[in-house]
Write a protein that binds this ligand. Structure first.
Ligand SMILES: Nc1ncnc2c1ncn2[C@@H]1O[C@H](COP(=O)(O)OP(=O)(O)OP(=O)(O)O)[C@@H](O)[C@H]1O
Ligand SMILES: [Mg+2]
Length: 416
């Protein structure tokens, strides 16, 4: 029997709280797994930024990446490591780089998901480049914004086609709003999207591998209150549909860790924002739901590292399009996509793995989330975001929500 250590790299930016929790719990798990012909220990370390030779091997089996959607050196290091060193990384970097929010709308429309009607506009302004003038003179057609506004119907939303943390998103209530917002959009390429208003539910579905959590979301609340504390607030049918939807999206694009925003109107769930690979993982936004995320992250990363899960280097979309061809009713079709997704995420094998090897995580997590170390990790994060006079108050608020999780969910895990 061979002995090896599976090493997980944490590729981090401004993150503070979740890596502390992840590292502490991984150490406490103290894994020494019997896997087929191997004895496997699991360790983690933080990835540093340095010059590298393309032929230089990497020491990681898995990288949890929180950086490469904006830090290109790390992204290129990760891409070379997938190609040359068999690295597994959360979220396929080529997919992340090329499948913008706009593309994600198109793809899910192709699969028949009820994405609201969406348009794209050429930008209002350009940075001057050599061929720009001649190209626009020859081919850019004058258009009437008013006509497009009428076709979509007011109100609708204008938002940058690549997404990005609410920047540049505006609700357009009239032709005058539309002109004003377009004039202000500059060189940004914008989507216009029919509004799902009013809606009775706004849910964020977080996916980590095959693990799914639905969070009631209130976009109008201050940041620390947007994730609501409700659990079991949806019917089983709604839960299962949203789970199938999120798994489909995540597997389609090769995103291990992503969130999908969907709004329900007249009983129909409309996905409106689901290109959020590597979503917010901060205690200050997730609070009550944070322990779920840490546990899900540990499980999936340990599973991928210990079993040497293979990175899917290419997107293989053919099986999804083959389902489209079958012309089934929507709910059945979504089930069929989700079946492909569950297979891609090795759902059954993953659950068996957790059952066999990670049974002690629940108790460790229950104790850790009630510890001084946890309280201190919260305080460290709060200190970077809140003014001095609010540090005590907000540390206490997030701490109390984590304690609420322990009572409502952590303790239940222990007795089940
Ligand atoms: N089609 C829509 N119908 C109703 N509300 C919408 C729609 N599109 C956007 N919104 C509202 O605008 C907010 C921001 O839009 P969206 O989530 O698409 O942008 P974003 O910049 O990607 O935000 P995020 O930080 O969540 O990734 C949404 O949370 C929602 O409140
Ligand atoms: Mg959003």
């Amino acid at each position: 029997m061979g002995a090896r250590t599976a090493t997980i790299g944490l590729s981090l930016g401004a993150d503070i709280c979740w890596p502390i929790c992840y590292e502490t719990l991984l150490e406490q798990l103290d894994l020494d797994l019997n896997l087929e012909s191997d004895r496997v220990k699991v360790a983690c370390e933080r990835v540093t930024i340095e010059p590298f030779s393309l032929r230089q091997p990497v020491k990681y089996d898995v990288v949890i990446d929180r950086l490469t959607h904006w830090y290109s050196t790390s992204r290129e290091w990760i891409k070379k490591a997938i190609l040359l060193d068999d690295l597994y990384v959360y979220n396929n970097p080529w997919s992340l780089q090329s499948n913008e929010k706009h593309t994600s709308y198109a793809a899910m429309m192709a699969l028949g998901l009820p994405v609201p009607d969406t348009w794209m506009l050429p930008p209002k302004a350009y940075d001057l480049t050599d061929d720009l003038e001649v190209t626009l003179k020859r081919y850019a057609r004058l258009f009437s914004l008013d006509d497009i506004g009428d076709k979509i119907g007011y109100p609708f939303f204008m938002k940058p086609y690549h997404g990005g943390g609410w920047k540049g998103v505006s609700k357009i209530g009239s032709a005058a709003d539309l002109h004003k917002a377009y004039d202000a959009s500059g060189t940004e390429i914008m989507n216009l999207q029919a509004a799902i208003l009013p809606h009775d539910w706004f849910v964020r579905t977080i996916g980590l591998g095959p693990q799914i959590r639905q969070v009631n979301y209130d976009p109008s609340a201050p940041l620390h209150d947007r994730y609501r504390l409700d659990i079991d607030f949806l019917s089983e049918d709604d839960q299962s549909l949203l789970e199938d939807m999120a798994l489909t999206i995540n597997a389609f694009f090769g995103w291990d860790f992503n969130s999908c925003e969907a709004l329900r109107r007249d009983g129909v769930w409309h996905p409106i924002d689901f290109a959020n690979a590597c979503p917010d993982s901060q205690i200050t936004s997730l609070h009550y739901h944070f322990p779920w995320l840490i546990k899900a992250n540990l499980r999936w990363s340990i599973f991928c590292a210990a079993t040497k899960r293979k990175m899917r280097r290419n997107m293989d979309w053919a099986p999804f399009y083959a389902v489209v061809e079958q012309d089934m009713p929507y709910r059945e079709r979504l089930r069929a996509y989700a079946m492909i997704a569950r297979e891609r995420f090795e759902t059954e094998r993953f659950h068996d793995f957790c059952h066999t090897h990670l049974g002690h995580l629940d108790e460790l997590a229950y104790n850790f989330f009630g510890s001084d170390r946890m309280r201190d990790a919260i305080r460290q994060k709060v200190t970077t975001l809140f003014p001095d006079h609010e540090i005590d108050e907000f540390t206490e608020l997030f701490w109390s929500r984590v304690q609420r999780w322990r009572q409502q969910e952590g303790a239940t895990c222990l007795s089940s």
